[in-house]
Design a protein. Sequence first.
Length: 492
Amino acid sequence: LPDLQDGPRPTVHTQQAYAPEDDFTAKWTRADARQLKRLSDPSAGSRENSMPASLTMPEVPQDFPDMSNDQVWVWDTWPLTDEHGNQYSINGQEVIFSLVADRSLGFDDRHVYAKIGYFFRPAGVPADQRPENGGWTYGGLVFPEGVTGKIFDDQSYSHQTQWSGSARVFKGGEIKLFFTDVAFYRDAQGHDVKPYDPRIALSVGKIHATGNGVKLTGFTEVQDLLQADGTYYQTGAQNPYFNFRDPFTFEDPAHPGETYMVFEGNSAMTRGAATCNEADLGYQEGDPYAETVDQVNASGATYQIANIGLAKAKNDDLTSWEFLPPILSANCVTDQTERPQFIFKDGKAYLFTITHRSTFGAGIDGPEGVYGFVGDGIRSDFQPLNGGSGLALGNPTNLNYLQGQPFAPDYNQHPGAFQAYSHYVMPGGLVQSFIDTIGTSDDFVRGGTLAPTVKVDIDGATTSVDYTYGDGGLGGWADVPANVNVTPGGHV
Ligand code: FRU
Ligand code: FRU
Ligand code: FRU
């Protein structure tokens, strides 16, 4: 890492583990998040990356291949996994699930039309021997029409969509698909008649994989698992723009036999009346760069109060769940800690989550990317990776310039600032993500397909990009490889 610019010291985090049921929530503090700016080179000029190369995804070229052969927009994507995050192929077929939308829509209109689709491809082929676009076949939508709308009491929704989640494989090819089932209630002008209604949900189906491809059956019913409670997790009544989504289930090595879930939430305060406190700021005693609580609370940063939730399964079917207190809050730091997930390595628990540059609170700045935290257990005093900043893998970004929007990137910004999002960390430190926008205002292309897979080395409280992987650090396009292969004879 480079010499740091002037700024506050990060908060001291012990990484100490607590029981999953304990009422301890780690804080990603403002003192921590302000390390991002300390890592940024204030002299980086127009269109240059101001962030350290070791934390930056290599630049993705504009002439990317489309994995769906022009059939659908593709963004958030997840593999078929077991309780340890291993990625499975079944009878020689790899399978992934993606949010997809019709290509007749503008890419930015996709969120209220999202549906879960799936892709498959033959397992065991090295990335450089596959077709350039990853060699996936689009299998179609997972759910029959109408299934995911049934759980909503109020059937007057204007849009009913399927948002991100995760897929677990069980004996006999059973798949438990955890996802976010969402209803929007909007008028003809697109204004909310009442707050949208996101629920963490489960649907069960089956995979049929042969040499000819993959078919899915089932997924004809949805069970409503969790709705935000207003105590730990903000509700639509508290803030119509609340975030509650993206379930990821796993087994905690410290509690074999139990299944937990992490998900995206917000701290359960009322929008407009939310406040942050000393612990959210996290400054060390006497730090000359410290802010006061009053300054921060007057700055508007109180609108950004993300958290990462924890829930525990109450039965083996994983159909009944209870909330536990959040494991991480980012009060007055960012409003979205999306698609959280755990990786367990060297006796440590690594919590990863994605956040946008635009969702950071006033006074905090950092690139679009995946952020990581390390602790001794799934509930810990998590230490943000890489000098306390939390940044694990960001887009090439120049924090000296505005970012613009994916549909209107800034002229002076690095062309890669929106190149990738929704990173998912896979076995071996491989990271997949989707392409959003590549380029600057005068010349940019929209994505809607998966980016090249990259690799990060995870070591203690640090990560660094492996530039020896693939071509200068860029691996295969849409490369989401299985690390466990199952056949009728068992695991291979
Ligand atoms: C920005 C965003 C996404 C989220 C969506 C919600 O594009 O905040 O992160 O999924 O909009 O509408
Ligand atoms: C991430 C995300 C997820 C959400 C989905 C909606 O890109 O914002 O949090 O489930 O996109 O499109
Ligand atoms: C910014 C903000 C964002 C949030 C959006 C909802 O003021 O709080 O963080 O996503 O507004 O309108």
